[in-house]
Design a protein around this ligand. Structure first.
Ligand SMILES: O=C(O)CCC(=O)C(=O)O
Ligand SMILES: [Fe+2]
Length: 359
């Protein structure tokens, strides 16, 4: 699956990536990122999200879809590796069960998904819509004609997603687009080109990071809301010669610091370094003290984590409500192409674990 061709980019260095000779023979050239300048969208409207996982709770065996699969647990907090399930041919009942399994195990690493990956973008969108309204990313590249697909892309010339020159550590823990009013729930990512080794994605269970905290502190955190901001991401995209776009004006939304999963009822920490900015109502230093403590705690909680390794034809699903994740940039010295596609159904507005918290 690795791209053996060189993908060229503009002298400006960044992201006007076009499949030019000799990359025409790159099998996934039609999925390379584009950033059309004339693409603008109005603010997102609220919508009602019904989580498919709810329906699976009524099934006699909510794990029936795994009956013929080989399943191994990756770590106790999160992660399950699955062989023998074809994501592309699941029935609606099986998709409901899949949604529940993702909610419970938080990260599923599904091997052998050649059928799913080779069906292509129209199929991926139809598949993803079952789980929620599909998100259009305000800044990231998408394949020509497919704004609902978010791409990650890096080669030796193009570093739009993964610049690391001014940082000692490039790990960026985040929960995807947590600045939205209704951030994503079940989310899918797969790579169509990957380095020989490295470039894993690391996930952490925010249910487990929360459990490590003392009950008195958790009770206090349940009284807090935090703001999450899209502004810095938009500014990064607009800055310099990067050639990025901003398709929707950036938003700020307030979410509970501890949210509750609508199906499992599990409580999870819901702050992340990339997008969370401020404890609502607190002065800067007060907010920084709490948030920096929580970020450090998340950073160091290796005992809450699982790493997904990208064997060919792997699809990783995660529940974005109760996890955080980061790409691992250990491959950037190699002359490697890493090219991935994300399907991003949005979910409910985060439910506070504390029913008395007013949003
Ligand atoms: O590239 C990766 O491993 C993760 C990318 C990511 O954070 C995302 O697409 O949401
Ligand atoms: Fe992400």
């Amino acid at each position: 699956m690795s791209a053996t061709t060189t993908v060229t980019s503009t002298p400006a260095g960044a992201i006007q990536i076009k499949a030019e000779e000799p990359s025409q023979d790159y099998k996934y050239a039609h999925l390379l990122p584009v950033f059309p300048k004339d693409e603008h969208y109005p603010p997102l409207e609220p919508f009602e999200h019904v989580d498919p996982g709810h329906r699976a709770l009524q099934h006699p065996n909510p794990r029936q879809f795994l009956a013929n699969a080989t399943v191994s647990q990756l770590t106790p907090p999160a992660g399950e590796e699955i062989r023998g399930v074809n994501l592309a041919t699941l029935t609606p009942d099986e998709k409901d069960e899949l949604a529940l399994e993702v909610a419970r195990r938080k990260v599923l690493v599904l091997r052998g998904q050649e059928d799913f990956i080779e069906r292509g973008p129209d199929f991926w969108l139809e598949w993803g819509r079952y789980f929620g309204r599909l998100h259009i990313h305000p800044t990231s590249g998408h394949p020509e004609g497919y704004p609902h697909l978010h791409l990650v892309y890096r080669d030796k010339n193009s570093t739009f997603n993964y610049e690391r020159s001014d940082r000692t550590i490039a790990t960026t823990w985040h929960s995807d687009v947590s600045y939205e009013h209704q951030p994503p729930g079940l989310t899918a990512l797969f790579l169509v080109s990957a380095p020989e080794t490295g470039g894993d994605t690391v996930f952490t269970s925010q249910v487990t990071t929360l459990k490590r905290l003392s009950p008195e502190f958790v009770a206090y955190l349940k009284t807090l809301k935090a703001s999450h901001s899209a502004h810095e991401q938009a500014e990064y995209s607009r800055a310099g010669n990067r050639g990025g776009v901003v398709r929707r004006e950036p938003v700020v939304n307030e979410h509970p610091v501890i949210r509750k999963h609508p199906v499992t009822g599990e409580e999870a920490l819901y702050v992340n370094r990339q997008f969370t900015r401020r404890i609502v109502g607190y002065k800067r230093e007060e907010s920084d003290a709490i948030l920096n403590f929580l970020y450090d705690h998340i950073d160091r909680s290796i005992d809450s984590q699982v790493r997904a390794r990208w064997e060919p034809y792997t699809v990783v699903l995660w529940d974005n409500r109760v996890t955080a994740h980061s790409a691992i940039l250990d491959f950037t010295d190699q002359n490697a192409v890493r090219h991935g596609i994300r399907i991003t159904p949005q979910a409910e507005r985060p439910i506070p674990a504390n029913p008395d918290l007013k949003l």
